[in-house]
Design a protein around this ligand. Structure first.
Ligand code: NCD
Length: 318
């Protein structure tokens, strides 16, 4: 195993062999997850705390199931109900938790850089479950595993990432990962939802689905993130669906065996037609959810191994 990091804060600073290590271990966990027992004791005796400062259904559930399957003691902090409401800062909350000696801290926060800031203050491994518009590393890893399973490889593929790129941490983490693994990445969306510097990211940028999806192997749709919009970015949802919503007609621009992905939650009839999302011959959206648990088990297992090494070396120094 070549995963060397102490924390999983983003994809940007991971090397391709580290990404491959996580995916390879996740493969073995995806097999375990389909078995009857589903359990391992890789995290036995360790405490995992999930701190979600933003709404989440699948990511929080996925991290919780992943920790429990590996035998960790898992605690979910309900940030709505916590002292954060009373004005406690992120760092105060983290320091309080740190004093309880957790081993793994999973954090989702509306501000970019929050997970990184936390990692400098606590003694445990920090996993970024989404920080603002910045990164969402486990999402990109689960997307990669899903692509690898369904296409048989994770290189030399043309991947079209479509929709609200401007507000999407999923897009940013995927651009890093797919680029590092030598794929061709295209961003497709209206100019109002495309960051002005997107062309500097080593990707191709298109503003029509017809051009952007041409010969794509993978079509990754993004949710229209209305909660992050502070103005009118699209004329209307109806018009948006007409131009950028994935339906059978637009999917026909891609390769005949192209797969359809979406990180969820979906706005059916806005960025994706419900019939396409449910088409088991094209959509791998449920596989993404399944691979999410396996990838999070792998990431936490590897971080826990590194944490043990760090702690052992600190003991020697003392
Ligand atoms: C994504 C997120 O939170 O960034 N969702 C997720 O983790 N499954 C994408 C989104 O909210 O649109």
């Amino acid at each position: 195993m070549t995963f060397r990091a102490r924390h999983l804060l983003g994809i940007e600073h991971l090397a391709p062999d580290e990404i491959a290590s996580i995916l390879d271990l996740a493969d073995t966990y995806s097999v375990l997850n389909r078995s009857e027992t589903k359990h391992s004791d890789a995290l036995r005796g360790l405490t995992q705390v999930n701190m979600f400062f933003e709404a989440s259904t699948r990511t929080q559930a996925s991290f919780e199931i992943a920790g429990k399957r590996l035998g960790a003691d898992v605690m979910n902090m309900h940030m709505e109900a916590s002292s954060v409401k009373k004005g406690e800062t992120l760092i105060d909350t983290a320091m309080t938790l740190n004093a309880m000696h957790p081993d793994l801290l999973v954090v989702r926060h509306p501000h970019s850089g929050a997970a990184s800031l936390l990692s400098q203050k606590v003694h445990c491994a920090v996993l970024n479950a989404g920080d603002g518009r910045h990164e969402h590393p486990t999402q990109a890893l689960l997307d990669a595993l899903t692509i690898r399973h369904s296409k048989g490889r994770l290189h030399r593929l043309t991947v079209a990432i479509c929709g609200d790129v401007a507000h999407s941490r999923v897009a940013r983490s995927n651009i890093h990962l797919l680029g590092k693994m030598e794929n061709r990445v295209r961003l497709v969306g209206p100019p109002t939802l495309m960051p002005s510097h997107a062309a500097d990211w080593g990707v191709e940028v298109y503003d029509t689905m017809e051009e952007g999806l041409k010969d794509a192997d993978v079509v990754m749709m993004l949710r229209l993130q209305k909660e992050r919009m502070d103005g009118a970015f699209i004329p209307s949802e109806r018009e948006y669906f007409h131009r950028y919503g994935l339906d059978a007609e637009k999917l026909a621009y891609a390769k005949p065996d192209a797969i359809v992905m979406h990180p969820g939650p979906m706005n059916r009839g806005v960025e994706i037609d419900g019939n396409i999302a449910d088409d088991i011959n094209r959509s791998v959206i449920q596989d993404q959810v399944e691979m999410g648990v396996a990838v999070r088990m792998a990431a936490m297992d590897l971080l826990a191994r590194n944490l043990k090494i760090v702690r052992a070396s600190e003991e020697v120094l003392v």
